[in-house]
Write a protein that binds this ligand. Structure first.
Ligand code: NAD
Length: 517
């Protein structure tokens, strides 16, 4: 297979040099399309993490003293670079994840949206705000936003570029330094993100990448960082929550999902089918917000099912750089085995495979066909556990209440979708769904791409939010700076304590009356 220019040895060597490492260990990075080695990168050791944190603290102290508008200038340049280098970025993403070009392109675009949004929003979100003082005029209070310090961004393999860069950008804008630990399967595009930030003029030491095994290197990072922004599985999220809890530092945990889409009987079926295909099979279903449960109302069930199965069957599988096909590969042979095991378990327990249900080694070593299941029931692995692959189960429902109950019957709560032509009815149903993001007449992108609104999970899907005000303010500590302009809070010498207590009580009554008004 002809490799694109982004994968030329010169660039790969530059990326290798960006890993904070003095150890002798190496990791082999695989080109997913072929299963062959792409390059080798040095591994970091726990002592490399310690020295990176030290360097980050130094750089962060100067960065925090830099005005927000000056910090923003770096990100205005970064925004331009992200757009100029989008082809390189998509090449690297495709090489290490095996996703289709369109999905790599969507991923490359995500940090453009995030950076653009926070460039506009950060100066206002971070500016000191006057708050009402305890005693009007006599006490002045300012709420300030202080950076946390050194933020660890621990990211998964499914969106390695977006989930490392986009979480780093608001943290950096807020005045922090960032240490990124990508997954060992996908270090190239996060390293390229660090290179672009350096090119944009981000001072040295503020964005460093360490590479290593999650439970060892990730853990040493969690032991030292002032805040941890983690995206990954619910199991690891729990572990990180325990450690940060012990240390009393904050964390955000963006975890898994078992996301439902409801198709009401007045939905425009063409649009609903297209969105269901997109949201079930984007990145071969390795998207935290993707749809794994599809509930369709009685009256339109057969027609929707037939059209959805036909559209799924028509998806073109491929494993090459460049456009011209719809779905790429799973990330690894291990993931292929896990996805296949979910389908085989369902099949063995009585579920029907309406289309798909087999690996496609003729396309690439880890390719699996987009799969639609019917008759999935409790007791089957894929009924309530996240499959995280191109597998979706179809269910039928009668009333809107029934759909809401079924969609909410999950310990997760990341994303959900409702399709219906009567938008008021669809919105009513949507508002009853327990998920951090809910889309009406779209599968996932409407909510995820709306950077001004928070995104995150309920229940086993995690804690904290990215995007919106919370996506930046989580990287700060609020400080209330109160100035007593006139000495009113201590009893004056000419009043007895009893008289002072009466004056205080009368003042509290007056304050309440003023505030009500
Ligand atoms: P994972 O938890 O195995 O790994 C994620 C990251 O954590 C990797 O960098 C890994 O090396 C590191 N890690 C592993 N153990 C660690 C430990 N003990 N301490 C510190 N770091 C550790 O997750 P994964 O399998 O790579 O990712 C897939 C999961 O991520 C899915 O469940 C998916 O739904 C979820 N996800 C969620 C979102 C979201 O925004 N909610 C987005 C993408 C993926």
């Amino acid at each position: 297979m002809r490799r694109p220019a982004a994968l030329a040895p010169g660039l790969l060597d530059d990326l290798a040099a960006r890993v904070v490492s003095t150890g002798s260990g190496e990791v082999s990075v695989t080109e997913v399309f072929t299963g062959t080695e792409l390059t080798r990168l040095p591994l970091s050791t726990p002592s490399n993490v310690a020295s990176a944190v030290e360097r980050a603290r130094d750089a962060q102290a100067r960065w925090a003293a830099t005005p927000v508008r000056a910090r923003a200038r770096v990100f205005a340049r970064f925004h331009r670079l992200l757009l100029d280098r989008r082809e390189h970025i998509a090449d690297l993403i495709q090489a290490e994840t095996g996703k289709a070009r369109a999905h790599a392109f969507a991923e490359a675009s995500e940090p453009v949206l995030t950076t653009g949004h926070y460039l506009g929003a950060a100066p206002d979100l971070l500016r000191p705000r006057r708050r009402r003082g305890m005693v009007p005029l006599a006490v002045g209070v300012t709420e300030r936003r202080l950076p946390k310090g050194v933020v660890a961004v621990i990211s998964p393999w499914n969106y390695p570029f977006a989930l490392s860069v986009s979480d780093a950008v608001p943290a950096l804008l807020a005045g922090n330094a960032v240490l990124v630990k990508p997954d060992l399967l996908t270090p190239l595009s996060p390293l390229y993100g660090a290179r672009l930030l350096a090119e944009a003029g981000l001072p040295e030491g503020l964005m460093q990448v360490v590479l290593g095994d999650g439970p060892v290197l990730g853990a040493s990072l969690v032991e030292t960082a002032d805040y941890v922004a983690f995206t990954g599985s619910t199991g690891t999220g729990r572990e990180i929550g325990r450690h940060t809890g012990d240390r009393l530092v904050g964390c955000s945990l963006e975890l898994g999902g078992k996301n439902a889409m409801i198709v009401l009987d007045d939905a425009r079926l063409g649009a609903a089918v297209a969105a269901a295909v997109e949201s079930a099979f984007t990145n071969a279903g390795q998207l935290c917000m993707h749809i794994e449960r599809l509930y369709v109302q009685d009256r339109v069930f057969e027609e929707f099912r037939d059209r959805f199965v036909a559209a799924t069957r028509a998806l073109r599988l491929g494993a090459r750089y460049g456009w011209g096909y719809d779905v790429g590969s799973l990330i690894s042979p291990r993931r292929l085995a896990e996805v296949g095991a979910h389908v085989e378990d369902a099949r063995a327990k009585g579920a029907r495979v309406l289309t798909g249900g087999r690996p496609r080694p003729d396309v690439s070593p880890s390719c699996y066909e987009p799969t639609v299941l019917a008759g999935v029931e409790p007791g089957m692995e894929c009924f309530d556990k996240e499959t995280f692959g191109p597998v979706v189960a179809l269910y039928r429902f009668g009333s809107d209440d029934e759909a809401v109950t079924a969609a909410n019957a999950t310990a997760y709560g990341l994303n959900a979708a409702v399709f219906g032509a009567d938008r008021r009815r669809a919105r009513r149903v949507a508002a009853r769904l327990r998920a951090g993001t809910v889309n009406v007449n779209d599968g996932h992108m409407a909510a995820y791409g709306s950077m001004d609104a928070p995104m995150g999970g309920l229940g086993l899907s995690g804690l904290g939010r990215r995007h919106g005000a919370e996506g930046l303010l989580k990287y700060t500590e609020a400080q209330s700076l109160a100035v007593q302009r006139v000495r009113v809070l201590q009893p004056p010498s000419f009043l007895s304590p009893e008289r002072h207590a009466e004056v205080v009580a009368a003042s509290l009554r007056l304050l309440r009356a003023l505030r009500v008004r």
